[in-house]
Design a protein around this ligand. Structure first.
Ligand code: ADP
Length: 262
């Protein structure tokens, strides 16, 4: 892939063919590079929980007092927790790659977006309270869209989870939902966290990308990529903007349809 066809610079047909051919080679070589990076990341991310699972099993084997049922229970619980993490990561990767290949199985039924977002929101109240984060939302009337409720909830849960995770104690997270005319709905999730480096505003939506400064916070780098896949499957868009006083504002725009529910 490092070979190149010589370009004469004469701009005749043969030279243009050589230029086009070399450009295609560059693209293929970039793709191979990013696939290699991705498989390195996958290997690395799958390795950590598997190593921990193996560690728990080893510990269980070398237990000196097998009658100590409590420590066995703890190890079994830890093993289940790590296995769940692993399964969740694998399922997430499958959803993303199936959606990218156009093979995703998304439902398309009426979903009350407002109620669904509030349900996702409620799940995070205890976490926000633990960090003494001011956690507010402004979502009022029922707003119906066509889509997959489970998938949409995962997308919004990832965004809310990140907002709380990256916001320091005593910070704030605020969610708003507003409609633009009869066709669009905009959801904003604003936090008082560290914000996103401007040069990474697109990259954070790529699989496994994590900002250098986030490496101390637990995560897989898959949440935003999954959220983007899900939102795009619903013909929507997702982006991030800097907040006025630092922090980030994640903006999701979705098409909606107001219809009567009998
Ligand atoms: P994870 O949080 O598991 O690392 P994500 O795909 O959800 O993975 O996010 C990718 C990266 O984007 C994070 O590692 C972090 O660097 C950055 N990021 C996401 N949300 C926020 C946020 N609300 N504030 C600051 N950085 C964020």
């Amino acid at each position: 892939l490092n070979e190149r066809v010589p370009e004469s610079g004469s701009r005749d047909e043969l030279d243009l063919l050589a230029v086009t051919f070399n450009r295609m080679l560059d693209r293929i070589s970039d793709l191979v590079k990013s696939m290699r990076e991705m498989s390195d990341n996958i290997a690395h991310d799958l390795k950590s929980p598997l190593t921990r699972i193996r560690g728990f099993a080893e510990l269980a084997l070398i237990q000196e007092t097998p009658e100590d049922i409590e420590s066995y229970r703890t190890m079994a619980a830890n093993t289940i927790e790590e296995s769940d993490r692993l399964l969740d990561m694998i399922n997430t990767m499958l959803v993303i790659s199936r959606a990218e290949a156009g093979e995703a199985e998304f439902e398309c039924v009426p979903v009350d977006l407002s109620a669904m977002i509030i349900d996702a929101w409620d799940l995070f109240v205890p976490l926000a309270e633990d960090k003494q984060i001011t956690f507010t939302q402004q979502v009022d009337k029922a707003l119906w869209i066509q889509g997959d409720a489970g998938m949409l909830q995962r997308a919004f849960a990832n965004l809310i989870d990140n907002a709380i995770k990256y916001t320091p104690e005593k910070g704030s997270v605020h969610l708003t939902l507003q409609t633009w005319g009869k066709e669009l709905v905009e959801i904003q999730i604003k936090d008082s966290g560290p914000g996103i480096d401007p040069q990474n505003r697109e990259k954070i939506f790529e699989r496994f990308f994590r900002e250098e400064s986030s490496r101390t916070t637990p995560g897989t780098g898959l949440g935003l990529s999954l959220a983007k896949t899900i939102i795009e499957q619903h013909a929507g868009s997702i982006s991030v903007q800097p907040g006025e006083d630092g922090g980030s504002i994640f903006i999701v725009i979705l098409p909606h349809r107001n219809f009567e529910i009998i």
